[in-house]
Design a protein around this ligand. Sequence first.
Ligand SMILES: Cc1cc2nc3c(=O)[nH]c(=O)nc-3n(C[C@H](O)[C@H](O)[C@H](O)COP(=O)(O)OP(=O)(O)OC[C@H]3O[C@@H](n4cnc5c(N)ncnc54)[C@H](O)[C@@H]3O)c2cc1C
Length: 461
Amino acid sequence: MSEELLVVGAGPAGMAAALAAHRLGATVTVLDENTRPGGQIYRQPLTAEALSARGSDPKARAGQAMVDAFTEAGIRYVPETVCWGASPPRRVQVFTEGPGTRDIHARSVILATGAYERPVPFPGWTLPGVMTAGGAQVFLKSQGIVPGRRFLLAGSGPLQFALAAQLVKAGARVEAVVDVTRPWSRQTLAGLPGLAAYPAVIREAAGLIKTLTRARVPVIWGAGMRRALGTTQVEVAEIGGVDGDWRPTGDRVRRFTVDTVCLGYGFVPSTELATLLRCELRHDLFAGGWVPSKAETMETSQELVYAAGDGSGIGGSVVAELEGEIAGISAALRLGYGRGDEEVLLRRAKLQATLRRMRRFTRALGRVMTPKEGVGEWLTGETVVCRCEEVRDSDIRAAIDQGACGLRGVKLRTRAGMGLCQARMCAPAIAAAYGEAFGGGPAAPPRPQIPIKPVGGHVLL
Ligand SMILES: Cc1cc2nc3c(=O)[nH]c(=O)nc-3n(C[C@H](O)[C@H](O)[C@H](O)COP(=O)(O)OP(=O)(O)OC[C@H]3O[C@@H](n4cnc5c(N)ncnc54)[C@H](O)[C@@H]3O)c2cc1C
């Protein structure tokens, strides 16, 4: 099967890319593992409860306008379809329930695959009731379900504030929002000029904090998770102070009686398809780790393969949309559409200039949000670090003592990272927690194995 322009992912980046290329006349097909377009941020309600819970939130309205424009444009959208493999130059393997597996060759590919949430292990993080902030949002946005009664939210950065406001609106009790950042610290103040590059986000964050203040939700700065305690489910969350390197300080520990803990310690770009297509990767800690190298047109090192949005470096939804449109225009131009149209080139140049400004903001945010080496001290020997293979901190430390270096060395000695998630969860955690023991520097680039995701309810062999 062959396609002219294949877009993987229908979040803001994928939708913007598809719309831009479609407007210029390219034949676009969008593959998406979700049921509806929207991606993470504009995740569509699947039930009447979710629709009414969404209410008239202005961000959701703006997202809906984009989803409507995408849906009404007549672009071929193929939902519930997982891209589970890829090979150079532009071949992609996909699975849809029913037709099964297909092999697609595309003249051009735009990867807009988004990101994963970054886990930061601590004692008790595997207890039922401890989930990621994004996981809780899926319940809220798709199903209209509040996944608990008494919440504690812990993390770094804006997502947990957004979630707290959504939970309050849905009637949940939020005991506290706990953020590792110290807004008054030298590190944070040094990032202020960058953060000021995009005042709308600062205003949005201030609005969220105001909502929480009105709802009497305490916001505790400069603190992180110590433990989650419970027998069959989390019952108590313990938090304590952390320093600028996220190292636990001797401050007193505070306990909260809760049944749900939501964690939001940032994101890791989803680069599996880019890696399988042999796009060159580079390490950018504040953009989430390994990301595909790309030009200002969003073209990767692999000809006619473009990467946009969080999957090519964490930047948030506004950056994702900008990059998506640039990628869509660039791919269409390369395919021969809109050539010689001055307005198209002007539009792309304007988007690129806005993007450069936005990147100053997202880098400053990344600097604040990215876990620091002190997270290694959040672990006790018994803490599970690799959930798939149930490898504990003590196993990893023993392997390091025996000379294991980097994720690969640890993996060979302990099986950490060999499970179903292919190290998506534990690799960033291991790099952050044991990086110093490995002598610093970035972890080895990811080496995804196909199928990169479980498909059809089981893994293809
Ligand atoms: C869990 C989560 C919750 C978030 N919540 C908020 C929030 O409340 N507020 C906020 O401002 N920002 C939030 N963000 C950040 C924001 O959603 C992103 O910055 C933005 O959505 C990035 O857009 P994107 O198009 O790059 O990726 P996404 O919106 O993540 O879209 C990626 C798309 O690619 C699809 N996909 C990925 N891999 C494959 C594959 N192999 N095969 C087929 N399809 C695939 C996914 O199904 C998804 O539709 C959240 C991010 C995450 C990960």
